[in-house]
Every structure is written in C-alpha cells, then in structure tokens.
Design a protein around this ligand. Sequence first.
Ligand SMILES: Cc1ncc(COP(=O)(O)O)c(C=O)c1O
Length: 394
Amino acid sequence: MLSKRLSSITPSFTIGISSKVSQLKKQGQDIIDLSIGEPDFSTPDAGKDEAVKAIFANKTKYDLVPGIIELRNEIVDKLYKENNVKYDTDEIVISNGAKHAITNALISILDYNDEALIPKPYWVSYPEMVKLVGGVPVFVDTKKENQFKITPHEIESSITPNTKILFLCNPSNPTGAIYTKDELQSIVDVCVKNNIYILADEIYESICYGNEYISVASISNHAKDITITINGFSKSASMTGWRLGYSASNKTLAKAISTVQGHLVSHPSTISQWAGYGFLINAKDEMRQMVEMYKKRRNLAVSMLSKIKDLDYIYPQGAFYVFIDISNLKDKLKTTESLSIQFCESLLQEEKVAAVPGIAFGMDDYIRISYACSNDDIVEGIHRIDRFINNLNK
Ligand SMILES: Cc1ncc(COP(=O)(O)O)c(C=O)c1O
C-alpha cells in the first residue's frame, strides 16, 4: 500500500502533456509544441568542454556534499556581481536541479502542518512539493491588474500562526511578470515582521528583457537572512538534462540543506557540476545571445496574440511563457468541467497545438504557451490558435 502522503499528490501536468506530445509526434502527427518549459538551444560548448575535461581528468569520484568548491566559488562571484548579494561559499549548496534545491529547503524548514503561502498562479510543482514534505500549501489569490504579483496586503491576510514560508517566483512561471524593487521591499517588510521565510525561485532571473532585475536577497541584510534563493542552469544555460541547480541561504539553513542532501543523494554528478562551472566562466556571450533571441520571440508572440480579439494576456517581462486569458471563450466552449483543459484538449485534437491548461497553475480561465521554440513554430502555433478560436465562433 502507498503512503497516505502520496495519496494527495497529483502527477506533474506539464510532464504529462510532454509525454502525450512525444507519443503523438512518434505517430507522425504534425504537432506544434507550445507546452514545453525547456530551452530549444543546445548547452553551450563551454559547459560541454569542461565536462569532457573532467571525465578524462578522472574527476569522477565522490566530492563535497554541498558541491565542488570551484563551482560554489563561481556562484558566489556571480551572485555578487550580477545580483548584488554577498554570499560566502558555505552558504551555497549545489543540487540536482532547482527542483531538488527547493525540496531540500522545504525539508529543512517545514514541520508537519506548517503552512507555505503560494501565490496564484503558481508553478505546478510547488503545492505538491510542500505536501510531499508534510506541509500545507495555502493558496493566495492575486489580481490580474497587478499582473498577478502578490502584494503585502494579500500576504498579510493569509498569514496564520502556522505560516512559515512564502514562495516568490520571480520572473514568474507562468506569467513572466517581474517584481520591482519597491514591490520586493514591501514584501520583505511583511515577511520580516511576521517571521516568514521567502523561497525566492529565481530560475528565470537571467531571462529578463530590459528591466533591471532585482534579487529579493539583495534588498537588505534582513532580506538576505530570511531568503532562500533558488537558481540553476536548466533555463539560463540550456542545461535541463544535466540536472544542476543551487540554493543560497544563511549559514544555518545552508548547513541544514547540506545535511538533508548528504543523506539523500550526497551531491549532484561531478561531471554536471564541471559543466556548470564551464558555463559560468566562459559562456556569458552565448547566454546574452539566447536572451536576445527569447526577447525577439516574445515580441513576435505578443504581437500576434494582441490581434486575436477574444484573447487577453499578461505582458511577459521575463522567462519564456505567455499566460493567456481565455475567459471570453467560456460560452463558446460550453464546458461544465475545466475550461482550460477543454480548450487545450480541443486545440490539440483539432489544430495539433499543445499548450498547458491554466488549471495546472491554479487558474482555470487561462492557458500557458511557451516561446522557447523556433519563430516558425511560434507563428504557425499562434496562427492555428487563431483559426481554432475563429472556428469556435462559427
Ligand atoms: C519556476 C520553476 N522553478 C523550478 C524549475 C525546475 O528547474 P530544474 O530543471 O532546475 O529542476 C522549473 C522548471 O520548469 C520552473 O519553471
């Protein structure tokens, strides 16, 4: 019999859609996949070269639990120069992807029935991760007119004596919204006042278009002390399969996170860690080029979407997603169940376009599309969405 804890866990929606799409593609169907949360670029050579060098230099044995010292030092340097936060090497723990870094942090912080505030819309795995470690996800409604960014008032009205941590995904998956310095400052103030940790998921931090990006830990010493910054290489370095992420937190937490990791997995593959090192020291230009490409694709996607009169969307300032409001189509889709699932299933069936239903992010009036794909796919995919909606109107 499975554990009681597992009985409330839903399998990942996005991973489910990806396997459906690959099945359909294998059957030879002409699918445009706008569901994917994965960069379409290859891992930069700087990362691959360093990994190959590490293999042949026999850097293939157990190493330090929080990660190889060279990579942790580079991460410290990056966080200081790019994010304006001064961490020490022993405040960094390198993990098997950002997912693992988040889970380690939650195990270290949450006791049974401790509450985690999760602003809606949220990244699909947050609630399930909280439940897996015995905590309670508490969903916080946010407003469209604020681009679904959480406000201090919304946080305060959800706090109970059991509240332990707030999730802050910045830039947001699924909306691409980015918090300003003032917004972050006021969130920090509420969290410091109420003794709440901030889990700052900054995995999309380098994919930011134009605006100055502010890391919440850089706001003040107080902010740094209560924040667990999560970042990684999956999105910024196009290294999803290498499974490499990290957390930066105060020394006590970092030590706890390292203890958890030590018992569960020891450390991520040393080869992947050397690839991450190579990326950080030698792939800045390639990263800038990738971000330029994403920006052009963002512009292309929103210019097409803005011409579809039944749709509205949150203007993305970062990441590589558009969160699209489909509520105007409620009458036309005539569903008694989930609007976003009905929309995505019909879209896939009729127009062979894969998108993610907003219900996966806690908001059923929306769908999410990704523009981490070619310009041709963006144009053809949105063209088909337009045709799908026109056909509904007939
Ligand atoms: C907001 C967010 N956090 C974390 C992750 C997980 O990243 P990783 O592949 O490094 O585990 C993702 C991946 O989609 C994500 O979108």
